[in-house]
Every structure is written in C-alpha cells, then in structure tokens.
Ligand binder design. Structure first.
Ligand SMILES: *Cc1c(COP(=O)(O)O)cnc(C)c1O
Length: 221
C-alpha cells in the first residue's frame, strides 16, 4: 500500500476489517475504525475525516490541541491522563479511553462537571507485561464501580493495548473480552495496526489504527 492515499488505505482496510469480521461470524458494522493520528500532521487528520472516518485518537494533549481544533469527528484521548491536565483534556476531547486509576476518574469528573459535560470514558486494562499503564485485571471491576459513581462520567466499556509477544495476543484479548463482559458498556477498544485481526476475532468493537492508515510515524523530535 505504499504510495496509496489515506482514502485508498482506509477503503482497503475497511474492506479487510469487514471480511475478517464476517469470517468470525460478526456483523461488520459492529467494528469501528479509530484513526490514531499521533505523529502525523493536521493534513492527515483532514484527509482521514474527508475519507469518511468518524473517530480520531491522539495520545498527547499539546499535540492534539492545534491539530484537532475544528475537526468534525469524535475525538478520543488515548494517552496517559495527567491529573494536572484533566480540564484541558476534557475541553479538547469527546471521549477519554484511558482511565486507569481512581485519581484520573476523579479529576476528569470534576473537570467535566465544571465544563457542564457528561464525559464518556473507558477503563484502560493492563493485559501486557511490558505496558506501563492500565488497571490490573483483578482491580478493573472496582475501578469501573468508582467511575460509575461519578455522575459527570459515563462508563462506556474498556480499552486495552495488546502484548508485544505475538504468542500472548489471543489469550490477552480473551481476558480483555471477559473483563468487558463483567464491566459492561458498548465499546471494547482493542487492536492496533499489528494485532487488529486477532482483536476483531476476540470481539473488539473499535480498532485503533495509526500505522496501517497513515504509514510509519515520523521519528520523535
Ligand atoms: C499509537 C497507538 C495506537 C496506534 O498504533 P499503530 O500500531 O500505529 O496502529 C493505538 N492505540 C494506542 C493507545 C496508541 O498509543
């Protein structure tokens, strides 16, 4: 797909996602594609939205602020929630997928309240030994209850980053799916460019694609 436009890559990926979903006995329309635009310029975001992508995700507040302003898509924060940035995150994004501790839930709730919003959030699970963030599976239900106790937050499901080790992916995704079943909500945000097929087979309703849509990210500054 090198040299293809973002619209062409998106169309090809969408068709492939539909095929993998159907093969797994799933309704293809139950799998959404979130375009992860970190590291790519604002022009890439605009191309993606023009190609029909309705959901975009960013990891860093500062980078997202300028790039996502005025973009007609649902904006998902998928990075680490720093408590001192909660208010700015709530102001700039429509959904926060990365609530992994009570502290983060509390500050986001306070920020949402003060901005007169009810913020949809996902609980981020840790299903990988090398991943720094995410709530351990055995503490996920308790965190979910604490999120539900915040009237300014709406718990919509779970998010997780898969393990690096390929042979661990299916088992880890299965555990995420089980946790999603216990926690509830509409969204299981699972799968990235390297493991979205396994994620779709495991029941993901939202795959988060950066590299597959936009190509490799330019090296970090
Ligand atoms: C960067 C990132 C992605 C996208 O990664 P790719 O491998 O480029 O698709 C998805 N989810 C999270 C949380 C990320 O940080």
């Amino acid at each position: 797909m090198t040299g293809a436009t973002i619209a062409q890559r998106y169309a090809a990926l969408r068709a492939e996602v539909d095929r993998v979903a159907a093969q797994a006995g799933r309704d293809p329309s139950s799998v959404r594609i979130l375009a992860v635009t970190k590291g790519h310029p604002a022009s890439a975001v605009h191309e993606a939205v023009a190609a029909g992508i309705a959901d975009v995700g960013e990891n860093y507040l500062q980078e997202a602020r300028a790039k996502l302003a005025g973009v007609a898509a649902r904006k998902h924060f998928i990075g680490h929630v720093q408590t001192n940035k909660a208010k700015a995150i709530v102001a700039a994004f429509d959904v926060v997928q990365s609530v992994d501790r009570v502290d983060a839930a509390r500050v986001l709730a306070r920020a949402a309240e003060s901005l007169g919003k009810r913020l949809p959030v996902l609980v981020q699970l840790n299903i990988s030994p090398v991943e720094r963030y995410g709530v351990p599976l055995d503490a996920a239900r308790e965190l979910a209850e604490q999120v539900r106790a915040q009237p300014a937050l709406r718990l919509d499901g779970v998010m997780a980053i898969g393990p690096v080790e390929r042979s661990d992916v299916e088992r880890a995704f299965e555990r995420a799916r089980e946790a999603f079943g216990l926690i509830g909500g509409e969204t299981l945000s699972l799968g990235m460019s390297g493991d979205w097929r396994e994620a779709v087979r495991a029941g993901s309703t939202m795959i988060r694609l950066g590299t597959a849509l936009f190509g490799p990210r330019p090296a970090h500054r």
